[in-house]
Design a protein around this ligand. Structure first.
Ligand SMILES: Nc1nc2c(ncn2[C@@H]2O[C@H](COP(=O)(O)OP(=O)(O)OP(=O)(O)O)[C@@H](O)[C@H]2O)c(=O)[nH]1
Ligand SMILES: [Mg+2]
Length: 752
C-alpha cells in the first residue's frame, strides 16, 4: 500500500477548478476525449447501498456530461477538503484495481496495470456536499456550497452530485479514459453523500467530471473493483476541490447536454485560455487550498457597521392659546455602537463562517414636541480569547483581545442630527432647518485567532499528542491510529491544584516539509507562538525517533525562529511498546549529548505523564511571572482606541481642509473630515440648509482659498457628496449658484 505520507501530501495540493466542457473542448481540441461521451439518459436514482457504489457502480468512464438545469450563467463551486463533524470510528481505504480491458487498450506497463488508486472511505472522506439551490433534489445545481458538513436536518432536501475524478490519457490516439479516482455520490436514506477518491498527485492531468446525479450508475468499468483496506491514513483524502469560477455557456453547446468538467489547476495551459480568468485566481486557489473548515477555524473576515444617527426634524409647536409656539423638532437618536467582546466559551472563529455582517441599529428620527429619537441598538461581536482584530483595508492591527470579558468599543454609532429646536437663536427664532443623522462608520475587519494556550503539544502525526492531552486533562480529542486524526487544535485544561491550572493545546501533527505546506499542522503552528512552553511528543515506536525529533524541530524553526527559542520538553511516547523501550536508551543518549533531558512516557497507560505536567508547569510559572511584571509596567490597556480615533476624526474642525484642483475637468475637490461631515449631515430638504452651508463655506475659508487659487466661473466644486458650480457674482464676489448632489437627486434653484 502506498505510504500514508505520500497520500497526505497529495491531498494537500488538490484544488480543482471547474470549467464548462465547452470551454474545455476549445482548449483541448486536439485530444477530444469527449467524443466518446455517452449521452445521458434519465435513469432511476442511484443505488442506495454504500458497498455497491463503492464497488464502482456508476464509475462510467465515458460519461462526462452534466445537464446543469438550474445553473446560472456563472456560478462558483467550492468542493473543499474538510473533515466531517462526526468522524466515524472506521476508516477503510478503497483500492481500485485497473481492470484487464483497460489494461489491454492502453498498453500500460504491468506495474501500472496493477496500480491501485488509494481513496479513503470512512469518516473524513465522506464529504457531504450540500448543493444548495436545488429544490427538487433531482437536478444537480452547481451553486456555491460551503465545504462544511451538511447539517443533518438539511440532508433530506439536498441533492448531491455524482462526480468522477478521472484521468485522461495523454496519448492522442487513445480514446480510453481511465478512472483513477472519483468522487462518487450515492443516495442514503435521508439524502445523498459524496465520497471522494483522490487522484494521484503525480498526475497533473486529472480531471474531475461532474455527473448527473440521477444517472443510475451504469458502468462499463466493471473491472474496477473496490476493496476495503483497514487502517488507512485518515484526514488526508478528503475531497479537496476548489472549483473556481464555473464558465457555463448555455448557447454555444450544440450537444443536447452541457457538460461541466473540472480541471486540475496545475494545468496552466488550460487556465490561460479563458478570458474570464484573471491571473489573481491562480493565487486565490492557492490561498484557498486549505479546507474551508480549517481556514475558518482561526481566521475570519467580517463586516461591521455602526448605526447611523437618526435625523433631526423641523417642527413647530402648535397649541391652543399659544400663538407662536416656536420650534419643537427633536434630535435624532444616536446610532448603535459596534463592540467586540471576548467570550471565554469560544475557541474558534468558526461561527463567523455563518455570520459575517454585524450592523448596529440606526437611531430613530427626532419627533415634534422636542422628542429625541431612540438610540440605535448596539451590536456585540463575540470573539474567542486570543483574537487579533485588523482592519482589512491596510492590514492595520487594531486590537488584541486576550482575556475573557474584555470589551472594546470598535465603531461608535453616528451622532443624531439636531432638530430645529436646537437651531433656535436670537436672530432666528423659527429656524427651518434640521440636520441629518451622522453616518455610522463601517469597516471590513480581519479576525485572526491565536489560541491562548500555556502549553502547546507538538510532534509528528500519530505520535500520541491527543492521547497525552487526554491523559492529563478532561479534554476528549479524537484519538486513532492514523496520522492527522487531529485536524483542528484541541484545548484542554490541566489542573494541578485548585488554583494551579494551565491550558494545553493539542495541535495537528507536523510533517517534514510542513513549513512548505505539507500536511495540515503548519496551518496551526502560529497557535503555539503564544504558548509559554512546547511539549514535543516523539513516537518511540517509529523507525527512527531521533530523526523524527530533528525533523519536527526543523519544521518549527523554519516556520518561525521564535518557536525554537521557546522552552520545550521532549517526551518520548509509547514506552509500553517493546520497540519503543528498545530504542529509548539510544534516543536518550543522543538527546543528552545535545543537552536535552527527554522524558519517557506511555500516554496511553498514563505513565510518566505527571512528570511532564509538572515540568511544563514549572516553566510556565516563570513565564507568567515575567508577563505579570510586564503588565504592571505597561499599565492597563486602552481597548477603545479605534473608537477614540474615529471620534477624534469627528471632531475635526471645519477649517482643516485641503483643496485639490483637477485642471482637466476644472474641478476643485475640497477634502476635510470636518467639512465633509458637515455636508453629510446637512439635510438639503430644508430651505435654510443651503444658506447655512454657504455660510459655513465662507466661515471656514473654503471660498477664500478657492478664490486665491484661481477658481473660475463655471468650475465644479466638490465637497463630500455635494457638487456645485462656482459663480462669480459681482455683488458678493463669491457664491455657488447651482448645486447638484452627485446622484442628481437634489437640484437647487438659483440661490443668491
Ligand atoms: N501503545 C501505545 N499507543 C499509544 C500511546 N499513545 C498513543 N498511542 C496510540 O497512537 C495512536 C495515535 O495517537 P493520537 O493521540 O491520536 O496521536 P496524535 O499525535 O494526536 O496524532 P495526530 O492527531 O494524527 O497528529 C493511537 O492509536 C493511540 O492509541 C502509548 O503510550 N502507547
Ligand atoms: Mg491528535
Amino acid at each position: 500500500m502506498a505510504p500514508a505520507v505520500a497520500v497526505v501530501a497529495a491531498a494537500a495540493a488538490f484544488p480543482f477548478r471547474l470549467f464548462s466542457a465547452e470551454a474545455r473542448r476549445n482548449t483541448k481540441g486536439s485530444r477530444s476525449k469527449r467524443g466518446s461521451a455517452r449521452p445521458l439518459k434519465p435513469s432511476p436514482p442511484p443505488r442506495p447501498s454504500a458497498s455497491s457504489s463503492a464497488a464502482g457502480g456508476g464509475g462510467a468512464t465515458t460519461f462526462t456530461r452534466l445537464p446543469l438545469r438550474n445553473a446560472p450563467a456563472s456560478v462558483e463551486v467550492t468542493l473543499d477538503r474538510f473533515p466531517t463533524a462526526n468522524p466515524e470510528p472506521r476508516a477503510s481505504t478503497f483500492t481500485r484495481r485497473n481492470g484487464e480491458r483497460l489494461g489491454d487498450d492502453e498498453e500500460d506497463e504491468e506495474e501500472e496495470e496493477d496500480e491501485v488508486e488509494l481513496g479513503l472511505r470512512g469518516a473524513t472522506t465522506f464529504a457531504r456536499l450540500p448543493l444548495r439551490d436545488s429544490p427538487d433534489g433531482g437536478d444537480l445545481t452547481i451553486g456555491h456550497f460551503d465545504a462544511g458538513v451538511a447539517p443533518q436536518e438539511g440532508l433530506r432536501s439536498r441533492a448531491i452530485s455524482r462526480q468522477l475524478v478521472e484521468h485522461l490519457d495523454d496519448v492522442e490516439e487513445e480514446e480510453e479514459e481511465q478512472v483513477v479516482s472519483r468522487l462518487d455520490i450515492f443516495e442514503g436514506a435521508k439524502g445523498r453523500e459524496a465520497r471522494a477518491f483522490l487522484p494521484d498527485e503525480d498526475d497533473e492531468d486529472d480531471d474531475v467530471v461532474v455527473f448527473d446525479p440521477e444517472y443510475d450508475g451504469y458502468s462499463d468499468d466493471e473491472e474496477f473493483v473496490a476493496t476495503a483496506v483497514e487502517q488507512s491514513p485518515r484526514g488526508d483524502a478528503i475531497a479537496v476541490a476548489e472549483l473556481e469560477k464555473l464558465k457555463y455557456d448555455n448557447d454555444d453547446d450544440d450537444d443536447d447536454d452541457d457538460e461541466v468538467v473540472v480541471f486540475h489547476p496545475d494545468d496552466d495551459e488550460e487556465v490561460d485560455v479563458f478570458e474570464d480568468y484573471d491571473d489573481d485566481e491562480e493565487e486565490e486557489t492557492k490561498e484557498k487550498g486549505v479546507p474551508a473548515v480549517m481556514r475558518c477555524f482561526d481566521t475570519a473576515k467580517i463586516y461591521a457597521k455602526a448605526g447611523d444617527g437618526g435625523n433631526g426634524v423641523v417642527a413647530f409647536r402648535r397649541e391652543k392659546y399659544v400663538p407662536l409656539g416656536g420650534p419643537s423638532g427633536g434630535d435624532g437618536g444616536r446610532g448603535g455602537n459596534v463592540f467586540v467582546e471576548v467570550d471565554g466559551d469560544m475557541n474558534s472563529l468558526l461561527p463567523f463562517r455563518k455570520s459575517v455582517h454585524f450592523r448596529a441599529g440606526r437611531g430613530a428620527h427626532g419627533q415634534g414636541r422636542q422628542q429625541a429619537g431612540a438610540k440605535g441598538d448596539d451590536v456585540v461581536v463575540k470573539v474567542p480569547p486570543g483574537t487579533v482584530v485588523r482592519s482589512a483595508a491596510g492590514d492595520v492591527e487594531l486590537l488584541e483581545l486576550m482575556r475573557p470579558g474584555q470589551r472594546a468599543l470598535l465603531l461608535p454609532g453616528g451622532r443624531g442630527g439636531r432638530g430645529n429646536a436646537a437651531f433656535k437663536s436670537g436672530t432666528n427664532k423659527a429656524p427651518r432647518i434640521a440636520e441629518k443623522g451622522e453616518k455610522g462608520p463601517e469597516m471590513w475587519i480581519d479576525l485572526e485567532l491565536k489560541l491562548v494556550a500555556d502549553v502547546g503539544i507538538v510532534g509528528a502525526p500519530n505520535a500520541g499528542k491527543s492521547t497525552l492531552l487526554t491523559a492529563i486533562s478532561a479534554a476528549k480529542p479524537t484519538i486513532a491510529n492514523y496520522p492527522f486524526t487531529t485536524l483542528l487544535p484541541n484545548l484542554g485544561v490541566v489542573s494541578l491544584d485548585f488554583d494551579a491550572t494551565m491550558v494545553v493545546a493539542d495541535l495537528p501533527g507536523l510533517l517534514e516539509g510542513a513549513h512548505r505546506g505539507y500536511g495540515l499542522g503548519h496551518e496551526f503552528l502560529r497557535h503555539s507562538e503564544r504558548c509559554s512552553v512546547l511539549v514535543h511528543v516523539v513516537d518511540g515506536s517509529g523507525e527512527q525517533p531521533e530523526y523524527e525529533f530533528e525533523a519536527v524541530r526543523l519544521e518549527l524553526e523554519l516556520f518561525s525562529p521564535s518557536l525554537v527559542d521557546k522552552p520545550y520538553i521532549v517526551v518520548y511516547n509509547k514506552m509500553d511498546l517493546p520497540e519503543a523501550s528498545e530504542r529509548w536508551n539510544k534516543f536518550q543518549e543522543k538527546l543528552q549529548a545535545e543537552g536535552i533531558e527527554p522524558y519517557c512516557i506511555s500516554a496511553m497507560n498514563r505513565q510518566g505523564t505527571e512528570d511532564v505536567v509538572l515540568a511544563a508547569y514549572k516553566v510556565l510559572q516563570k513565564d507568567r511571572q515575567r508577563m505579570k511584571d510586564d503588565e504592571e509596567w505597561n499599565g492597563p490597556e486602552n481597548l477603545n482606541h479605534v473608537a477614540d480615533a474615529i471620534k477624534r476624526e469627528r471632531r475635526a474642525p471645519m477649517n482643516e481642509f485641503e483643496i485639490f484642483h483637477d485642471k482637466g475637468t476644472n474641478t476643485w475637490n475640497v477634502v476635510g473630515a470636518g467639512i465633509e461631515r458637515f455636508v453629510q449631515m446637512t439635510n438639503w430638504q430644508y430651505s435654510e440648509s443651503l444658506k447655512r452651508f454657504q455660510h459655513a463655506l465662507e466661515a471656514c475659508g473654503v471660498n477664500k482659498t478657492l478664490i486665491k487659487r484661481g477658481v473660475k466661473e463655471g468650475d465644479t466644486v466638490v465637497v463630500g457628496e455635494m457638487e456645485m458650480v462656482w459663480t462669480d457674482e459681482p455683488s458678493k464676489t463669491r457664491s455657488s449658484k447651482t448645486m447638484n448632489s452627485k446622484d442628481d437627486s437634489v437640484r437647487w434653484p438659483e440661490f443668491g
